[in-house]
Design a protein around this ligand. Structure first.
Ligand SMILES: Cc1cc2nc3c(=O)[nH]c(=O)nc-3n(C[C@H](O)[C@H](O)[C@H](O)COP(=O)(O)OP(=O)(O)OC[C@H]3O[C@@H](n4cnc5c(N)ncnc54)[C@H](O)[C@@H]3O)c2cc1C
Length: 412
């Protein structure tokens, strides 16, 4: 029997739980509570009862208005670190962090992974990844993440989910990560694989509609709910194209709003062809979304043509925003880790100027490839300056970072 999640349409809280369960590959049924009668049947006062959203687990236990942390506790997934010290601490359980965990744990290093949300990262919101080596039929990001999680755990990696790294202290050969509740993770080396957070449109009403009509990333947990309604997808990259193809299976019509004058320069050829063959996807080039409107739910978006400066309004409750991301690395600045102007962590040769290591670098050797200006602290995947934003590259960098961790632990 599946878990059940009851909630109100447009509840950002319910959306967050749906997203978490979907990414975590927990089978569940979403039941929209729309009428007083339906609510009373559940022992609630109405669709606006503050006890919603409510989770019902297969063992009969009900949780009212639960946090994601409480759900992870119920699922038996919430943990404190089991060791006082690890060989490697990995921050982020996207493709880069999970790959680092597989290689690190399989090579005998005591490994802990700290993930602030669910495993999978951005890839976890992808409905179908078709260009990842070895999966010719494609696979969903949630499936890829779940396989990687299982693989890492089999080799002995410890994965702490719903835990966020918020600071770092680097002294006396120890890399100490500080979590949001003050828990300290002590390790001899650390890998930062925290990727990027989804970029927002920057429109006035945006915050109000997050989870209530506006969704970021591939929106994999939402597609089946859009029930023959029009959907608008913003973005002109591969992730937006994938989302359009996926939503087209459920929506009445999908409108892609693309800033560039063609998809061809920004989207892989196989996806351009696929989009051209899907009848209910329209691509509006040189356009942007300029207004979001609604009540407690998004009701319409206004799209502006950047050439003629004309506008059109589309009635929709579904706006999927896939416009890339920005790294979340404020902690690094506070800890003296060098970042580029956009906040990506700078590593290896990029730290050198005129053949000289960065100021304050304490060792005779130059920083290893993927090593930051703090010896023994590495960066892998999308969070790294100059990285290629692909699953395979993130996975490759995660594996490589472990090789340099070995070198660092052996030679300093
Ligand atoms: C919708 C979508 C579809 C995509 N499709 C494809 C595709 O088909 N093929 C392809 O090659 N690429 C695809 N990509 C790109 C690919 O997913 C990314 O390049 C890849 O996920 C990057 O991996 P990463 O591990 O570096 O970072 P991320 O995937 O961003 O993972 C970072 C993880 O770190 C966690 N984190 C962040 N901060 C902290 C913190 N302070 N403490 C603890 N944890 C933290 C995050 O919650 C996240 O789980 C897609 C991206 C999107 C958004």
């Amino acid at each position: 029997m599946n878990a059940k999640l009851y909630g109100r349409t447009g509840s950002a809280h319910a959306h967050a739980i749906r997203d978490f369960l979907h990414r975590s590959d927990v089978p569940f049924e979403w039941i929209e509570v729309a009428s007083d009668e339906q609510a009373r049947g559940l022992g609630l006062d109405g669709p606006n009862d503050p006890r919603l959203p409510m989770c019902e687990f297969p063992d009969g236990k009900r949780m009212e208005h639960p946090t994601v942390r409480q759900i992870t506790e119920k699922l038996g997934w919430f943990r404190d670190p089991s060791r006082s010290e690890y060989d490697v601490a990995i921050y982020g359980a996207g493709p880069a962090g999970l790959s680092a965990a597989v290689y690190s744990a399989s090579e005998g290093l005591k490994t802990v992974v700290i993930e602030r949300w669910a495993v999978g990262g951005q890839a976890g919101s992808s409905p179908k990844i078709e260009n990842y080596l070895g999966f010719p039929g494609g696979l969903s990001g949630a499936d890829l993440a779940d396989r990687a999680r299982e693989q890492a755990c089999r080799f002995g990696a410890e994965i702490l989910i719903a835990r966020e790294g918020v600071g770092g202290e680097f002294a006396a050969g120890k890399r100490v990560g500080i979590l949001e509740d003050g828990t300290k993770i002590v390790a001899r080396a650390a890998i930062c694989a925290t990727g990027v957070a989804y970029k927002r449109l920057g429109l006035p009403n945006e915050d109000r509609f997050v989870g209530a009509g506006v969704y970021y990333g591939g929106g994999a947990s939402e597609a089946e709910l859009c029930g023959k309604e029009p959907v608008v997808i913003v973005g002109g990259g591969n992730s937006a194209a994938q989302a359009a193809i996926h939503f087209a299976k459920y929506a009445m019509r999908v409108t892609m709003v693309v800033r560039e004058d063609s998809l061809k320069s920004t989207v892989s050829a196989y996806l351009v062809d696929r989009i051209a063959s899907v009848k209910n996807v329209e691509v509006l080039t040189t356009t942007e979304v300029v207004v979001l409107d609604g009540d407690d739910l998004l009701r319409s978006v206004t799209i502006r043509n950047r050439n003629g400066n004309t506008t059109q309004t589309v009635q929709t409750r579904w706006l999927i925003v896939c416009i890339g991301g920005l790294p979340n690395t404020e902690w690094a600045a506070a800890a003296g880790v060098i970042r580029d102007e956009a906040g990506y962590l700078v590593t290896g040769a990029d730290l050198q100027h005129n053949g000289q290591p960065p100021q304050g670098w304490p060792l005779d050797r130059a920083p290893y490839y993927l090593e930051t200006n703090v010896p023994g602290l590495f960066a892998a995947g999308d969070v790294r300056h100059g990285s290629i934003k692909r699953c395979a590259s993130a996975v490759g960098e995660g594996a490589m970072a472990v090789t340099f961790v070995h070198r660092y632990l052996a030679n300093g």
